[in-house]
Design a protein around this ligand. Sequence first.
Ligand code: HEM
Ligand code: HEM
Length: 191
Amino acid sequence: MPQPRYDRFSVFLHWLMAVLIVGQIALGLWMTGLPKDGSGLRAAWFNVHKSWGMVLCLLIAVRLAWALLRPRVAPPPGARALQALAAGAHRLLYALMLVLPWSGFFGSVFSGYPIRFFGMPLPKMASRWDGAKELFSNVHQWAAAALVLLVALHVLAFLYHQCIVKDTLLQRMRWPRRRARNTCSTVQHFS
Ligand code: HEM
Ligand code: HEM
């Protein structure tokens, strides 16, 4: 039977990844502006970005698997067209969350620079190939721009629900509150 809200694990992954992805985008935009001055600062921050990017790659795999395995979550009440639009937007968010780390990873593999996972060098997987590096870098950049746009729309949709429709959409993506133990229905009734 479809569930009326998201389970704890989905809520945990949603908010953890929202924070990590926003941080990762900010880091990506900032680090590309660092000078190539031979100090090693740029390379160090690039490796921080690559390491967290690979962590995100694992998290999205777990999230996707969980989204397919968990019981279906019923759409919030509303017009059919809006429900279909929201489902489409969520699918696109998932697709971008997959494309981003993989394009970043392959761009880095073909750049010829070593990839360090939190300091630990990964084995060299390919030699430098400028054409492939350029292609994956472009995909990475465009996917990041699309994700920023879609997350902005996602937050706008959330604000629409919160401020205009005034429904309980956020409750569906909130950590479920524990029911108070000795809750007496009469007390609830009169309070
Ligand atoms: C990088 C940032 C974000 C991404 C990638 C993202 C992605 C998603 C996805 C894919 C879903 C569908 C549920 C799932 O399968 O997990 C979802 C649901 C939801 N998100 Fe986000 N989200 C982000 C940030 C935010 C923010 C900042 C807010 C609010 C301010 C928000 C509010 C919600 C709500 C309320 C739902 C539940 C919608 C429903 O009931 O169907 N999200 N999000
Ligand atoms: C969800 C995960 C990721 C997000 C949201 C993300 C986001 C970004 C953003 C916004 C930029 C700046 C784009 C620009 O203006 O050039 C960037 C650049 C970059 N990212 Fe990521 N990234 C992710 C994962 C990764 C991974 C896993 C790697 C490599 C293992 C990586 C490697 C790079 C590199 C090397 C750049 C510099 C520009 C280039 O050469 O393409 N990223 N990333």
